[in-house]
Design a protein around this ligand. Structure first.
Ligand SMILES: [Zn+2]
Length: 295
């Protein structure tokens, strides 16, 4: 009887909505807020790590006047808007990089969460969310996303990809992803070899091709780490995207004489963008591409 169905259907539907909220969207909101805080920490890493300053040592201080920044002036994104991008004490402009990194981190980590909830990870993820394996994978890819942001911004400014970020990321990824599914170890190994091997090949060939170092060992180590997280198929796609985006960005400078050529952008940020592109849209692309050959 339709009346009865309606009577019981509505509360059931509300229960379903409540369950969805509790199970999926409240954790998402939590990850977004936590992502803002992680972004705030990444700002510290991005500023201090290449300058060989202790990361845990001391609170934030204004680079202009050296005054300690109070906690209420250190709230991610909000404080920047309230202070209109200036130090409260001396009025020195605060780099817009700070709120950008905070917001970018929050959005990226939330997107990684939804990718794992709805679509899965490169090493599978078809089991329902909140199993132990799924949580290990979530932690691995959240760390991966945060590490990519730090590497991209540090490489853009200083042209180094710090071992102090890449090595821990590799070890943490290895432990968490093997913990989630140790059967995937062969695919991980192939990913590491492909992700590290191609930049290494380009690094060895670049003096012959371009008479300049196109890539550094930092790119090789970052590529190998990306391969661990993405597997060999997605890391190949990631390097392809990175080269594509990098070429688009650097091509005008390559033809601009020696002065312009020296301004060519480092490869690390493009590797990071390529890795994220492959992580989010790589699997549909590979399925489509393989579909071209299966009649
Ligand atoms: Zn100041």
């Amino acid at each position: 009887m339709p009346y009865k169905e309606g009577l019981f259907g509505a509360p059931l539907f509300l229960c379903y909505i409540a369950f969805m909220l509790l199970d999926t969207y409240i954790p998402a909101a939590f990850i977004f807020l936590y992502g803002l805080a992680i972004g705030s920490f990444l700002n510290v890493v991005i500023f201090r790590l290449p300058r060989h300053q202790g990361i845990a040592k001391g609170g934030s201080a204004c680079p202009g006047c050296g005054n300690a920044i109070k906690w209420y002036d250190n709230i991610p994104v909000l404080s920047y808007i309230i202070l209109r991008g200036k130090c409260r004490a001396c009025g020195t402009r605060i780099s817009p990089r700070y709120p950008v990194v905070e917001l970018l981190t929050a959005v990226l980590l939330t997107a990684i969460y939804f990718q794992l909830v709805w679509i899965g990870s490169p090493y599978g993820g078809l089991e329902p969310a909140w199993t132990a394996a799924w949580i290990l994978r979530l932690l691995a890819y959240l760390w991966f996303g945060a590490a990519l942001i730090a590497c991209a911004f540090i490489d853009a400014e200083h042209r180094i990809i710090p071992n102090r970020i890449v090595f821990p990321t590799f070890v943490i990824g290895l432990v968490l992803l093997l913990g989630a599914n140790y059967h995937a170890w062969t695919r991980m190994l192939l990913g590491i070899l492909a992700g590290g091997g191609i930049p290494l090949l380009l690094l060895l060939l670049s003096p012959l091709l371009l008479k300049r170092q196109g890539m550094g060992m930092g790119d090789v180590k970052l590529g190998a780490t990306m391969g661990l997280f993405l597997g060999w198929q997605l890391v190949l796609l990631a390097i392809f995207f990175a080269s594509l985006f990098g070429s688009f960005y650097n091509l005008p400078k390559m033809f601009g004489g020696p002065e312009k050529r020296r301004q060519v952008f480092p490869f690390g940020p493009f590797l990071a963008i390529g890795a994220l592109t492959a992580f989010f849209v790589g699997m549909p692309i590979i399925t489509w591409y393989l579909g071209l050959f299966s009649l």
